[in-house]
Design a protein around this ligand. Sequence first.
Ligand code: DON
Length: 554
Amino acid sequence: MYLLRLLCLSFCLGFNPVWASEHDVAVATAHPLATQAGIEILQQGGNAFDAAVAVTAALAVVEPAGSGLGGGGFWLLHQAETNKDIMLDGREMAPGKASADMYLNKQGEFEQSRSLNGPLAAGIPGVPAGIVYLSKHYGKLPLKQSLAPAIRYALEGFAAGQHYTDMARFRLPVLKQYAASRQQFLKDGQVPSAGTIIKQPDLANTLNSIAEQGKAGFYQGEIAERLVQAVQQHGGIWTLDDLQRYEVKLRQPIKGHYQGYTITSATLPSSGGIVMVNALNQLSAFDLADTDITQKRHLVIEAMRRAYRDRSRFLGDADFVAIPDYLTSVDYGKQLSDTIDPVHATPSSDVADKAIEGEDTTHFSILDSQGNRVAATLSVNYPFGSGFVAQGTGVLLNDEMDDFSASSGAANVYGLVGNEANAIAPYKRPLSSMTPTFVENDDELLITGTPGGSRIISMVLLSVLDFVEGKTAQAIVAAPRYHHQYLPDEVQVESVGFSEQELNALKQRGHHINPLSRQYGDMHIIIQDKHNGTLSAASDPRGEGQATVTTLKK
Ligand code: DON
């Protein structure tokens, strides 16, 4: 399929592939200013990891609805020198005073507003620790230098785009509620018009504190004290000890194989890699290249159904609960694929009993001229997270606590139900769907990922299948998306890209089709031809991102 992509690059688009020089790099992110920050740092001699620090911090400033210093995420790394892959786990952690029933009312009912809005919804952030670790252990440049573009954006301001104003409108009631949030993100208590310059001097100050003191500049001292004071004043439960205790964790990524390609993806506390490899193992039993579109979609939906079923039944923070080790085995995939009816949908109730997850969060992909790579998916969870900015810090807090299972069977904001394995406990990390991923064989490499709540895993799965089929980077990010997450038992299809006839063909097989009123996801990918080094990169046409491939000046 590699040849197919090569031919397509040469002829479909009407140009010849550019032979890459050894100085070629690629950066694809959700915002042009973040992409520019990454390129700037590479141009200054930084490697992909320094660029990832710059991009993470820049996104925290210019895409506050999606990620930030008050949030968390996963950085999947490949270090060329050691040929090693590692996942940096900067996922939020439940505070020490958190408890399994903290979002239930006196009647034992789940009150979701409390796990979504305000500081009680916030886990202890991991992004500041993540960037410090990344810079110190993998980067070449001083942290101060990598953080410089973000500090500049925070001080000089950035122009609010359509995405910003849409998301701020969506979260207006909660943003209005807190003085510091109002001041930082709104204008006279209302959504600013597109083009308004958003300056964040307090955030610049916090970034400076991290640049100067490293991890202690956020998790201890003045910034930490301000964070804890503001959280407690508004009904939250953070303590200084919680902040001081926070550590990033190094995890071995999930590995799998599909059609001769090696998949490297996020591991727990993200469910992404496990669910995706589980689905790919099931699909290995079929020849997708040789089937018509309806048959292919049918099989992919059935694999999604079974893989997400296992997510809801088994998965949670592996530092707290035992996770079966067979979920990504080839044999188990075969057992599951044997239960797929080649023609008819299996109702989710029939696969039960062997008990799921708006648009925000952010993903970026980077490849440097040495072959170092980063796929990172970062989040504050819901758009603008909890909506709460801690006074005097500029830090917008996440609402990632909603990714826990607040009670058995209660769905989170993405409709995901879970169970004991993902119950809230002090210092535990909530189960995530974020799926930063590498896919490669001897010929080529894909770096992929996207935001999108529970649909992240199915989107990344579709991108892997399209890559293996030989599609170009542009075609992969633009492809129409469909999703099944076991419960609810329905196939969610995007508003664009599916004909009536195609949907009817799936209905006839017994699939319940839920046509969404919109499109979803914001995928940013890079493809490398390993033979000649040619790079192509693409940003999702659904978003406002920018993918840049460039040759660095010597
Ligand atoms: O970690 C997770 O799975 C979620 N907090 C991600 C949220 C997300 O992608 C929202 N955006 N669409």
